[in-house]
Design a protein around this ligand. Structure first.
Ligand SMILES: [Zn+2]
Length: 93
């Protein structure tokens, strides 16, 4: 999958279409204080009864994301490109 290095897309902060630069997706750092993380830590430290592993269905591929940076306001948003796939995104410069 190929995507151009600069695209025109909707910016929800400017409330209109602006020119946005495209770069690879980087995950945000989480504080580790969300309720799901705290509950999981309590469960594996032994405060809850036996913890059975959940069986998740296997998914084919990942949803490919890119980061978009608005040229006028400078805010960064992410966007999913296409559906689940095993191919990686190439950003054309
Ligand atoms: Zn903007």
């Amino acid at each position: 999958m190929k995507i151009a290095g600069e695209i025109t897309a909707y910016c929800r902060f400017c409330n209109k279409h602006t020119k946005q630069s495209v770069r690879p997706y980087t995950k945000k750092q989480t504080s580790g204080l969300s309720i799901g993380t705290r509950r999981h830590n309590r469960a594996i430290s032994g405060y809850v009864g036996s913890v059975e592993p959940k069986i998740h269905p296997k998914k084919l591929g990942k949803k490919q994301k890119v980061m978009l940076k608005c040229a006028s306001c400078g805010k960064v948003t992410d966007r999913v490109i296409g559906m689940r796939t095993k191919k990686k995104i190439e950003i054309k410069r």
